[in-house]
Each structure stands twice: as C-alpha cells, then as structure tokens.
Design a protein around this ligand. Structure first.
Ligand SMILES: Nc1ncnc2c1ncn2[C@@H]1O[C@H](COP(=O)(O)OP(=O)(O)O)[C@@H](O)[C@H]1O
Ligand SMILES: [Mg+2]
Length: 343
C-alpha cells in the first residue's frame, strides 16, 4: 500500500519552498520520513486548480493537504485536478464541506454545541429584516447571540460584528449582522449563522498577540493560522485588542479557554491548545465527543472545545477539517504527522 504524501502551500515569493507558515510542519514531516509536494494557494483560490497542482507528481497516490482554508467549491476543484493527475485526496469534497461548514456538522453535534440557525447567502447581500426576524425566532427570540458565517467569525471585531447582546432587539441584530456581512465582503462563506451565546471559562491574562509564532523561533510567518482571523482577506490586525471578551464588564477580559482536539479515524491523536492561546494548558473532557466525530464520518477533523463557566461541562464551539485547522507552533506535532502518513 502506498503511504500518503502531504501537500503544503508554496511560498508565494519562492514557489520551490513551503509557505513560511507551514515550513516547520514540512520540516518535521521530512524528519519523520514523509514526503511532501507544493501547491499554489493563490491559483487554487483563483479557480485555477490545474495550474495550482502542477508541481504535484503524476500518480501521486494518497494525499493529505495541510494548508490555508479553501471554500468548499475550490476544494472540490482541487480534488478533481489531483484526481486527473492520479492523486487522491484522502478527504473527499463532501467530507471537507461536512467538517468545514457549520451546517455540514451541526446536525451531528446538535446538543453538544450552542444552538444555531443559519440563512444561506444570496451573493454578498445582507439577510433581509424578515429573514433575520425569522432566524432570531428560530433561535428562541431572546438572549445574547453571536454572528458568524458557515466557517469564520469576526471575533476581533466583537462588539461591532460578532456579539449580539439581545436577540429581541432586532435593530441591533440587523446592525451587527449588517456590519459582519459588509466586512466579510466577497469572502462571506456560505451564509450568516446566528448562535446562542454561552458563557465559557476565560483566561484572565492579557489578550495574546496571536500573530506571533508560539516558539518565538522566527517571525517569518506573520499571518494568523489557516483558520485564524487573518485570512487572505487581510481584514484583521494582529493585535487582538478587541477579542471575544463577552458581555460588558462581566468578565476578566480574556478569551474563552479552548482546547483543539485533532481526530483521525475517530480517535483523538492530539489534544492541544487553541492557536489563539498556544501556551494555555487544557484538559478537556472527551467522553461524549468520539461518538459524534465517528458519526460525522470524516477521517481527519478538529474540534474546538470550551468549558462552560458554571462548570457544567465542555461544549463543542467549532468543528473543522483537520487539513485547514491551524496547528499552534510549539505543540509537539510528530505523533499527528506520523499518524497521517501511516493512515
Ligand atoms: N455560542 C458562543 N457562545 C459564546 N462564545 C462563543 C460562541 N461562539 C463563539 N464564541 C467565541 O467566539 C470565538 C470565535 O468563534 P468561532 O465559532 O470559534 O469562530 P472562528 O471560526 O472565527 O474561530 C470563540 O473562540 C469563542 O471565544
Ligand atoms: Mg474558532
């Protein structure tokens, strides 16, 4: 049986090298005896998938991707271009969409994750007041909520474009959603999601600068992770000054303490910190999650878990495709990478 190779995005400034953000993963993979090839992320995003995979050898066999997020449609083009070269992405396009987009995983995780409703996007237009009123009603009609799209929030613009203090205040819902949609612009992914706000345990330290490499070894990566706030849209500064600090005045100003759990074939292969707080020690209760991950049916996924502030247990904040979830530097990823190339 051929062993899987890994695909990384190439450095836009030097296409023969991995993107600096992924260089340490590529290096570690090589030390573990794995092989990698490079793809052109800009070409993938631009809908030029054949051009993007030119450097992947013909007959590449089984492949994993570790790189920047792609919209599901672009991922499907990526998979098709690789198939045409005799390669096989081990996560299928439907599998990618199921883990990457909230409506894809929500049905499986309902009950273990904050209640959520969504409104599919029509181009880049904001939902109508009627659609928002209907969504707010479906979510219970009152209480605080958060706004995101099928994939990302704008947590760094918390008060402006993420947090809704009261769903019954439809004018305020419209303002926050409208600003969110405006800021997402052409990068609005899928549609608008409203989720009931839940109080999570928070760090009490100062907000961390998420753009700095966790191990301080080199500053070359600059950007946030593949799933971080600084996507190709470049919308967020790295300062994290307006993080999800929750309801006004009622907290210590830190972020929710989240653990990122990496799953391969239904087994947790790495339990680590969330990239937003890479030095945080976390010990989530995983008793209920494996059955849900198995039911989702995707081989390689992540779950971000947060502990409820009242101590009543851990909640799944987000599910993600493992190929495009950020791996905080400084985490020992050798077990994860070794498992992937043995899978
Ligand atoms: N339902 C919720 N209740 C309370 N806080 C939330 C909720 N959803 C998200 N958050 C906070 O907002 C942050 C960003 O939300 P998340 O869904 O993880 O979006 P992103 O994809 O941008 O990371 C989370 O890390 C968490 O701190
Ligand atoms: Mg998140």
């Amino acid at each position: 049986m051929p062993v899987p190779s890994m695909l990384f995005p190439a450095d836009p400034l030097n296409p023969r090298r991995p993107d600096p953000h992924f260089a340490w993963e590529a290096r570690l993979l090589r030390e573990l005896g794995g092989e990698h090839h490079l793809v052109d992320h800009d070409a993938l995003l631009g809908g030029r998938a054949e051009e993007a995979v030119q450097r992947v050898p013909q007959g590449g066999g089984p492949l994993w991707y570790r790189g920047w997020m792609l919209p599901s449609t672009r991922y499907a083009e990526f998979a098709a271009a690789l198939t045409a070269r005799g390669g096989n992405l081990l996560t299928s396009p439907p599998g990618y969409a199921a883990a990457h987009e909230l409506p894809g995983w929500y049905g499986v995780f309902e009950g273990a994750t904050p209640p959520s409703v969504w409104i599919p996007a029509k181009g880049t237009a904001a939902p109508t007041p009627e659609e928002l009123a209907d969504a707010a009603t479906r979510l219970g009609g009152s209480g605080p909520a958060i706004v995101k799209d099928y994939v990302k929030s704008r947590k760094h613009e918390w008060h402006e474009a993420c947090y809704v203090p009261e769903l019954a205040d439809l004018a305020a819902v419209g303002r926050v959603v409208g600003r969110f949609v405006e800021l997402q612009g052409e990068f609005l992914d899928g549609g608008v999601v409203l989720r009931r706000y839940e109080e999570f345990e928070r760090t009490c330290g100062p907000l961390r600068d998420t753009a700095r490499p966790a191990d301080g070894s080199d500053g070359s990566d600059g950007a946030d992770g593949p799933d971080g706030a600084d996507g190709p849209d470049g919308a967020d500064g790295p300062d994290g000054t307006d993080g999800p600090d929750g309801t006004d005045g009622a907290d210590c100003g830190g972020r929710a303490v989240e653990a990122r759990v990496w799953w391969l074939d239904g087994r947790p292969i790495l339990v680590g910190p969330h990239p937003d707080a890479p030095h945080q020690r976390v010990d989530p209760d995983l008793s209920e999650v494996p059955a849900l991950v198995r039911r989702l049916g995707c081989r390689f996924v992540t779950t971000d878990l947060a502990s409820r502030a009242d101590g009543s247990g851990w909640r799944v904040v987000e599910v993600g495709d493992g190929q495009v979830s950020d791996l905080p530097r400084g985490v020992d990823a050798s077990g994860l990478l070794a498992s992937l190339i043995a899978a």
